[in-house]
Design a protein around this ligand. Structure first.
Ligand code: GAP
Length: 510
C-alpha cells in the first residue's frame, strides 16, 4: 500500500515526467498555483472538455453553447455580488508572517476533532469485534458525544461569522479555540479582514480615462448577461440551458494540492432557465444527470458522493456538491446550485433592461429561475489522473506504471508501432496511421524495443498499441494490445477503426 501523501507526490511527478502538467514559468522558479499543460495534458484536458460539451450541448436539444469574453463590464460584478461579497476572511500570524484563511484554520481544527472521533470508533471496533455497532457507539459513547457537541458548537459559530461577515466573531472564535500558527506555534494573530478574490486590471490608457476591469472569477455571468440574446436569437423555449467552458481567475490565498486549487483555472458551466416554482425538480434532475455523466466513464460509484449544503448562499434555495475521492480525501469536484432569479434579477436592476421570458402556456412574463451545474475542468483532470494511476507487478517480475484512463479521455487512442524500422514496416505503419488519424489521435513510434514502447504508452494511458510486423505485409493484419489486460490479438487492419471507435465511446444516454 502506498501512503496517501507519497501517492500524491508520485502523481505530480508522473504528470511532469510524461508531459501532462508543468509548473508555470518553471525556469523562473515557477508561479504559485499556476500551471501549464504539456503535450499529453492538453489532449486529456481537451478530451474532458469535449466529452462534457457533447453530453451537455450535443445530447440536449434544449441546451446551446456560447463563448463569452473574459473581460466584462465592471457593473456585472457589482450586480452579481462579487465586488461586495466575493472575499475570504484573512488573518496573519505576526511571528511567522504567514497568512491564512480564518475559516480554513477553524476547519482544520474541526478536522482534528473528527480524527479523534474516528480513532475512538476504531479503538471500540477492535475492542468489541464482530458485535460492534458503529451507529449505536456514535450516539451513546460519552466521549464521542462530547466531541460531537463541541463540533456542532464550533460549526454554528463559524457559519454565523461567515453568514454575517462578522470578522470580530471570527477572531474571537480563533482565540477561544486557542488555534496556533502551524509554522511559529504562537497565537500572535492580527485582526481578521476581508480579502477580495478577484484580480483587477486597467482597461484603456490613462489619458482615455482607464477603467478598472476584473478577470472573471466564474464563467456563469457571461451566460446571464447573454440570456436574452440567446433566448431571442435561438428562439429558445423554457426550460432551456446555455453552456460555456472557459478560464476563470481567483486570487486564492490557500493555493495548494497541485491543480486542485489554482489561481487561473477553467470551468465548464451550464445555466438552465426554468419556470419559477419548478426549480427544485430541475435541481434534482441535474444532480442525477451529472452523476450519470461521471459514472458513464466506468469509474466506480464508490469514488463519488453527494454533499448537500446545509449553509446556503443568499441567492440559492438548494445546493449540492458532487465530491470525488482525491488522494487527500473526498473533496468538491462539481457544484449544482438552484440560484433562483437572483442573477437575472440583479442584472435587470443594474442594467435597467428587462430580462424576462414570455411564457405562452401561462400567458405571462417572468424572470426565469436558474439551476446551474458547474465543474472545474482542472479538478476533473486531477480526479481522472489520480484515479487512473496504477503500479503493477507483472508475472515476469517486472513492474509497470499504467494510467487506466477512461478510453474516451486518453490523450492518444492508438500507438502504431512497426516491429523493426526496416523491411517496409515503417511505410505500412504510416499507411495505417494515415487511415486512422483524422478520427483518433494516434502516435507513431519506432525507437527502442517493443517492450519499452509498450511501457511508454501505458504510462500515458494509450488504450491500444498496434504492432506492425512482417505478417502485416503478407495478410494485412496487426496485433492489437489492450492497455489494461495486456492481451494481444491478431486482427484485420480494416477492423481497426470500428474497434477503436467502440472502445472509446462511453455508455452515456439521456
Ligand atoms: N458559478 C458557480 C461557481 O463558480 P464554485 O463552487 O465557486 O461555483 C465551481 O466553482 C467549480 O469550479 C468547483 O466545483 C471546482 O471544481 C472549480 N473551482 C473553483 N475554484 C477553483 C480553483 N481555485 N481552482 C480549480 N478549480 C476551481
Amino acid at each position: 500500500m502506498i501512503k496517501q501523501e507519497d501517492f500524491f507526490k508520485k502523481i505530480t511527478s508522473h504528470a511532469k515526467e510524461y508531459g501532462f502538467i508543468f509548473q508555470s514559468s518553471e525556469i523562473y522558479e515557477g508561479l504559485s498555483a499556476v500551471y501549464d499543460y504539456g503535450q499529453n495534458g492538453v489532449e486529456l484536458k481537451n478530451n474532458i472538455r469535449s466529452y462534457w460539451w457533447k453530453a451537455m450541448v450535443q445530447f440536449h436539444d434544449n441546451i446551446v453553447g456560447i463563448d463569452a469574453a473574459i473581460f466584462m463590464h465592471p457593473t456585472t460584478w457589482k450586480a452579481s455580488g462579487h465586488v461586495d461579497a466575493f472575499s475570504d476572511p484573512l488573518i496573519d500570524n505576526k511571528d511567522s508572517k504567514k497568512r491564512y484563511r480564518a475559516d480554513v484554520l477553524v476547519e482544520d481544527y474541526l478536522a482534528k476533532i473528527e480524527d479523534k472521533i474516528n480513532k475512538e470508533v476504531e479503538k471500540a471496533r477492535k475492542r468489541f469485534g464482530e458485535s460492534f455497532d458503529e451507529q449505536q457507539f456514535l450516539t451513546t459513547n460519552p466521549r464521542v458525544l462530547e466531541y460531537v457537541n463541541q463540533t456542532d458548537d464550533i460549526k454554528k459559530r463559524l457559519y454565523g461569522a461567515m453568514e454575517s461577515s462578522d470578522m470580530v466573531a471570527f477572531k474571537q472564535l480563533i482565540e477561544d479555540l486557542a488555534i496556533v500558527c502551524p509554522i511559529s506555534g504562537t497565537r500572535n494573530w492580527t485582526e481578521v479582514r476581508h480579502f477580495n478574490l478577484m484580480f483587477s486590471t486597467q482597461m484603456g490608457s490613462t489619458a482615455d480615462g482607464a477603467s478598472e476591469v476584473y478577470l472573471r472569477p466564474e464563467t456563469a455571468q457571461g451566460i446571464f448577461v447573454n440570456y436574452l440574446n440567446v433566448q431571442k436569437t435561438g428562439r429558445m423555449k423554457i426550460p432551456f440551458g446555455i453552456a460555456q467552458t472557459g478560464k476563470a481567475f481567483r486570487n486564492e490565498i490557500v493555493a495548494r494540492q497541485f491543480i486542485f486549487r489554482m489561481r487561473e483555472f477553467e470551468q465548464m458551466e451550464m445555466q438552465f432557465f426554468v419556470r419559477p416554482g419548478e426549480e427544485l425538480n430541475w435541481f434534482e434532475h441535474w444532480k442525477k444527470e451529472r452523476m450519470k455523466w461521471h459514472l458513464s466513464m466506468g469509474i466506480p460509484a464508490t469514488k463519488y458522493r453527494f454533499h448537500d449544503h446545509e449553509k446556503l448562499a443568499h441567492y440559492a434555495n438548494a445546493a449540492a456538491d458532487i465530491e470525488f475521492e482525491f488522494p487527500f480525501g473526498f473533496k468538491e469536484l462539481e457544484g449544482i446550485h438552484s440560484r433562483t432569479d437572483f442573477d437575472l434579477g440583479a442584472h435587470q436592476k443594474y442594467s435597467g433592461k428587462k430580462l424576462q421570458y414570455f411564457d405562452p402556456e401561462l400567458n405571462e412574463s417572468y424572470v426565469p429561475y436558474v439551476v446551474e451545474t458547474s465543474i472545474g475542468l482542472d479538478r476533473m483532470f486531477l480526479a481522472m489522473l489520480s484515479n487512473s494511476y496504477k503500479e503493477e507487478k507483472l508475472e515476469d517480475g517486472t513492474e509497470r506504471v499504467v494510467l487506466m484512463l477512461p478510453p474516451v479521455l486518453a490523450p492518444v487512442k492508438a500507438a502504431i508501432l512497426p516491429l523493426v524500422a526496416k523491411d517496409g514496416l515503417p511505410e505500412k505503419a504510416r499507411q495505417i496511421m494515415d487511415s486512422l488519424k483524422f478520427d483518433f489521435n494516434c502516435q507513431y513510434e519506432e525507437k527502442d524495443s517493443i517492450g519499452k514502447r509498450y511501457r511508454r504508452q501505458d504510462a500515458i494511458g494509450t488504450p491500444f498499441c498496434l504492432t506492425v510486423d512482417h505478417q502485416t505485409i503478407e495478410d494485412n493484419t496487426v496485433t492489437i494490445r489492450d492497455r489494461d489486460t495486456m492481451k494481444q490479438e491478431r486482427i484485420d487492419v480494416n477492423l481497426l477503426h470500428e474497434i477503436i471507435a467502440k472502445k472509446i465511446r462511453p455508455d452515456y444516454q439521456l
